[in-house]
Structures are given as C-alpha cells and as structure tokens.
Write a protein that binds this ligand. Structure first.
Ligand SMILES: Cc1ncc(COP(=O)(O)O)c(C=O)c1O
Length: 451
C-alpha cells in the first residue's frame, strides 16, 4: 500500500533565514502614511516615540529580503518550521478532486501566527534598551504572543484587551498573566481614550490601540507594538509563505491554484500570500489569491480606500487603506481578531492593483465549516481562520462540480482551544449573524477625515 502522507515537515536547518518584502516587487509603491496635522508624508523620526529605529527602517524598506537575526531564528526554532498538512480526510468527506493543504500556525506558544512578529518586535526593542511594551489585543492571541516574547527578552508587557473578547475568553487573560504580562479590559479607566467610553462598552481594536499608544507616548522608556496592519508586521509573517512554498514542493506540487486566508488587519494572510504573489509576479505560478473577512466587519469588500486613522482616538498617522471609519465598532462576533475597522495599507494597495480578491462571510457559515473541519482533520480552528476554511470548503465543493483538481492552500493560523465559548454558542444554536447594514456603514464612514 502506498503511504498517504499527511504532514510535510521541514527540518530546523531548512527554516528560511530571510523575510520577504513584497514592496520590492510591486509595480508601484504603497502610498505613504501622512502626518495628521500637516497631511505631509511622515518620516522615520515621526515614528521614533513609538517604535525602535530598526523596526522603523523595516517599515519603510524597499529591500527584497531582510535577514532574520540569529537570536530571532533561535526562538522561532521552538516551534518552526510549522507543518503543512494535506487535508486528506476533509477531501474525502467532501468528495472533492481538489487537493487541500493547510499551513498550521497553531503549534506556536500562543497557538497562532502572532509570535512570528512578536519575537522580532521584542528583540529589536530589547536591543534599543526599551523597558516596557504596550499593546492592544483582540482575541488575545497577539497579547499572549507579546507577553511570551517579552518574557524571553526581559521586557514588561502591558496589554489592553478589547472588552467583548476579554469577557468571552477569560483563559486568554490567565495565559497572558502566566507569561508575565499585565492585562486590562478596554475601555479602561487608565487612559483618556478609554475614559471617553462607558466602562461596560464592548470596545474595539481601534480603541484598545488608542489606550496602548497613549500610555507609550508618555514615557520614553516605554514603546508600543502592533500585532498586524503595519508593513514590518506583515514582513515578519512571510516566513509562513516561504515555508509553505518549500513544503508544497516536498508534496510534489508545482504550485498553488488558489491561496486563501482570513483578514483582520491582514498579517496572517499577507504572511502566507506574499511569497505566492512574488511567484505570480515572476510568472512561475498563477494562483488566485483570496482574502476572506467577516460580513460584520467587511473593510476590504465594503470599506472605502482612503486615508484614515489606525485607532479610534486619532493618535496614529493617517494611512491609506480600506476603512469602515476609525470609530466604527463592529458587532461582537466571536472572531475577535477580525474586528478591525480597516485593512493593512500594503494589502489595500495590492488589492487596488488587482493582484488579489476579497470576500465577506457570515460567522454561522464559518462555524459550520469549522465543525466539519474539526470532525475530519481533528483540529479545532480559532474563530478567525474558520473564514478561510469556509471559503476553502466552498471552493473544494465547486471543484467537485467541475471536476477540477485544484491545489488549494489555506492558512490555518491558529487553534481555538481557548475559544470554546464560541463553539458552545454555535452548537447550542445561539449564534447569530449580524452583517453590517448600509446605514451603519454610511454613519461610520462619515467620520473619516477628508484629506
Ligand atoms: C488566530 C488569529 N487569526 C487572525 C487574526 C487576524 O489578524 P491578522 O489579519 O493580522 O492575521 C488574529 C488576530 O488577533 C488571530 O488571533
């Protein structure tokens, strides 16, 4: 009997040693961030109060490859290279001729892709002598990752978690504290940004960012770290796609026909997709690249492409991105990591260039897919990647109709073992869908600054 291989694994010595910067290969550069007062492009010095210079230089770099420091590689090797699985049981259950691969990031200490950027961010801050990092977290994956990385490099971590997720996922709090981080429910009473809202407000990522930025800006020994959206964050995540390309080769594939990832701020999607877009631009592969977002927070599919703030209080530079409005508060869906009002400027630009597609899905459809995935592949997905799985299953079923043997690669960017409240809500029939209404969208867009 021939062996049906399930996992494609790389040895630690085969782990990629560079991050890939897609800016070097795009036909045009993304529009620059602007100073909110002057509306002029900001320079590295404008970002210096919040970030160490090495990260700022990565943010504006046009170099194609950026070496991963040895100290970061050593930490990555605790869980990387991560496995690429062939979803053989799911394929059989669907009766599809498609070959489905998922790149699984749930093997990391936090249970998701977020440590891929937390580790280098903390490393560069530690090198710059920073004492403490502040941040926001939605689902809690990013806060956990930052607390973990801070523990390794001897920094303090202070984290504001979006209120709705803080209430839904109490064990995330415990995990963050286990790694030595301090965590607050956002909106908190500790900041002016937080005090502008009632204490029991469900919060939003934009508001938690305002709180973390406000605290970091007041103390030169404290800096701020962001878990998604910015160029350097997406850069660090490209190790996912670089590994996946090598692993597909191990599986005997010449490339992918379809690459699917979920998008909150865009980092796991960009991390998987950018190396595939490089291959596409170079004419070596021709995959369709598709982002999937929640119908309750559809920044790419229904937002406007214009300059807006990255946070609710308007403390950040203005960035050109697909936005629903910086003070938009999405429905408290269970995929807390996808409740961001905008999309990474780099992904927004790539979307405008026509190099990728986007789609929005309701959460009950996502959880139906997650249950099918768990019952065949044995992994309980985090609520965020259930969006990518729902689209993967729908494409695999389309292949069943058409008879096409497509190679589908999807990002299973985290496990859901600390998100069981969401599963409980779905299984008991209590989960509802609340797609964004046109009236709410127009009201939110009304506050976007005119540049
Ligand atoms: C498991 C998981 N997936 C996806 C996301 C969304 O972020 P991004 O779009 O940056 O990958 C998050 C954010 O918290 C997350 O925790």
């Amino acid at each position: 009997m021939t062996l049906e291989q399930h996992k494609y694994l790389l040895d630690e010595s085969q782990m990629p040693t560079n991050w890939y910067n897609i800016v070097a290969d795009l036909p045009s550069p993304p529009p620059p961030p602007l100073h909110p007062g002057t509306h002029q492009p900001i320079g590295p010095d404008d970002l210096a109060p919040l970030f160490p210079m090495e990260l700022i230089l990565q943010e504006v770099s046009t170099e194609r490859y950026i070496p991963i420091p040895e100290e970061v590689q050593q930490v990555y090797r605790l869980w990387r290279p991560s496995p690429l699985f062939r979803a053989r049981r799911l394929e059989k259950a669907l009766g599809t001729p498609a070959r489905i691969y998922y790149k699984y990031e749930g093997v990391s200490p936090a249970g998701s892709h977020k440590p891929n950027t937390a580790v280098p961010q903390v490393y560069y801050n530690a090198k710059a002598g920073v004492r403490k990092l502040t941040t926001e977290t939605g689902a809690g994956q990013w806060g956990t990752s930052l607390a973990f990385a801070c523990a390794l490099f001897g920094l303090e971590a202070e984290i504001w978690q979006v209120g709705a997720s803080y209430d839904q996922k109490p064990y995330r709090r415990t995990l963050i504290e286990t790694f030595g981080g301090t965590i607050h429910r956002s909106p908190s009473r500790l900041t002016e940004s937080g005090r502008a809202y009632p204490e029991d407000h469900p919060g939003s990522l934009g508001l938690a960012i305002s709180e973390a930025v406000e605290v970091a800006a007041q103390d030169p020994s404290v800096k701020y770290a962001l878990g998604s959206v910015l160029n350097h964050v997406l850069l660090h995540q490209t190790i996912i796609g670089e590994e996946a390309l090598l692993q597909l080769e191990l599986a005997g594939e010449t490339g992918a026909d379809l690459v699917i990832g979920c998008t909150g701020g865009g980092s796991n999607f960009g991390g998987l997709a950018f190396p595939f877009i490089r291959e596409k631009l170079a004419g070596r592969q021709s995959p369709v690249i598709r982002a999937v977002e929640p119908a309750s927070c559809p920044s790419l599919t229904r937002g406007e492409y214009r300059y807006d703030f990255g946070d609710t209080a308007g403390l950040t530079p203005l960035m050109k991105m697909h936005t629903l409005g910086h003070d938009f508060v999405p429905d408290p869906i269970h995929a807390g990591g996808l409740r961001y009002h905008a999309m990474a400027p780099l992904i927004s630009h790539i979307y405008e260039l026509g190099l990728m597609e986007a789609k929005a899905i309701n959460q009950t459809d996502c959880f139906a897919a997650a249950i099918q995935f768990a019952r065949t592949e044995g992994i309980v997905p985090a609520p965020e990647p259930t969006h990518a799985l729902a689209e993967t299953i729908s494409e695999a079923l389309a292949c069943k109709e058409s008879g096409e043997e497509k190679v589908i690669v999807t990002a299973l960017c985290g496990h859901g073992l600390l998100d069981l409240g969401a599963y409980e809500s779905y299984l008991s029939g209590r989960m509802t869908d609340n797609p964004l209404s046109e009236a709410d969208l127009q009201a939110a867009l009304a506050t976007v600054p005119v540049v």
